[in-house]
Design a protein around this ligand. Structure first.
Ligand code: ADP
Ligand code: MG
Length: 301
């Protein structure tokens, strides 16, 4: 196969691993800098151009679109879809997962366990919002935050109110969420590929840190997940339409609750914690599934 890895930085661990795994399995792969792609969107024959020439003959594209370039990156991916190139994850599905509110709304509609979560724009009813999630302690999240930045813990009602008002003052969209204390600063990330959990790790934040993100100093170890956690992760991936994703769950008193679904999971933490060749599994998935014109959405929606 001829593959294109859509990414800004070819030197990231995950990107190097995917390139190596693809080459080891006998495929051709190029790293294409997302922001350097350009295209004529009005043409009858859609194409993506790069360094002065059209990118053609590509069997599948592996989008690794960073949060900061979501808008442009998804437009480029959509263009590949319109050309009939198979995407590892579709643009629409990535879009669903990037917006935490949209993601939780879709999961909630299908009965996936979630932390009690409220959303508002006007912040004049901070007290009611706090009551809706069962009072403090509670967690406040920026809608499009990532890597733990933009997630804060409010322990008292007065701090929760002032944080809600402060975010409101800068017109930020926020989620107010029940704090799952019993998770003890740990969460579970299950990597789902093609409808199966292929690896899972438990991440635990540093001392005094409730956020378990590895970017915030969290530590990862392999974990055996329960059948309920496994089916929750698989169902979440299916609902969002993601072929490959990391489903992040908290172990709450009432079973697993999904916090978010990451359509571009980092590979370093999970591969070193579990010893699993996740990059190889991704390439294997493409070998089985990448067929021209097999995109379900072709950039619609
Ligand atoms: P980000 O997209 O920035 O990673 P998350 O929603 O995943 O944001 O939150 C970051 C971390 O904070 C999680 O990995 C988890 O450890 C902790 N956390 C988030 N929400 C809650 C919650 N409702 N209760 C307890 N811990 C939480
Ligand atoms: Mg997270």
């Amino acid at each position: 196969m001829r593959l294109a890895l859509l990414a800004r930085n070819a030197n990231l661990y995950s990107h190097k691993r995917i390139v190596a795994a693809a080459r080891a399995r006998g495929h051709e792969i190029d790293v294409i800098d997302t922001l350097r792609c350009y295209m004529n969107i009005a043409s009858h024959r859609p194409e993506v151009r790069y360094r002065g020439r059209a990118l053609d003959g590509i069997d599948a594209v592996i989008p690794r679109i960073g949060a900061s370039v979501t808008f442009y990156g998804l437009a480029v991916l959509r263009q590949f879809e319109m050309m009939g190139v198979y995407p590892l994850n579709e643009s629409v599905a990535i879009g669903r997962s990037r917006d935490k509110l949209r993601c939780l709304q879709l999961l909630s509609r299908k009965g996936i366990g979630l932390p009690v979560t409220a959303f508002a724009h006007a912040t004049s009813q901070a007290d009611d919002l706090i009551d809706m999630v069962g009072g403090t302690p509670l967690v406040i999240k920026l809608l499009e935050g990532t890597q733990g930045i933009g997630v804060v813990l409010a322990e008292t009602r007065s701090s929760a109110k002032s944080m809600i008002e402060a975010f409101g003052g800068v017109e930020a969209n926020i989620l107010v969420q029940e704090f799952i204390k019993e998770a003890g600063g740990s969460d579970i990330r299950a990597i789902v590929i093609g409808g199966k959990v292929i690896a899972a790790m438990q991440r635990t934040g540093g001392p005094g840190e409730f956020r378990s993100n590895l970017h915030r100093g969290g530590k990862a170890k392999e974990v055996k997940i329960t059948p309920e956690e496994r089916s929750t992760a698989v169902r979440a991936a299916k609902i969002l339409g993601l072929n490959v994703c990391g489903v992040d769950m908290l172990r709450s008193n009432h079973g697993p609750v999904v916090m978010e679904v990451n359509s571009t999971p980092g590979l370093e933490g999970i591969e070193s914690a579990t010893g699993m060749d996740v990059a190889g599994k991704i390439v294997e998935f493409l070998e089985k599934n990448a067929k021209p014109g097999k995109t379900a959405t072709r950039g619609e929606g």
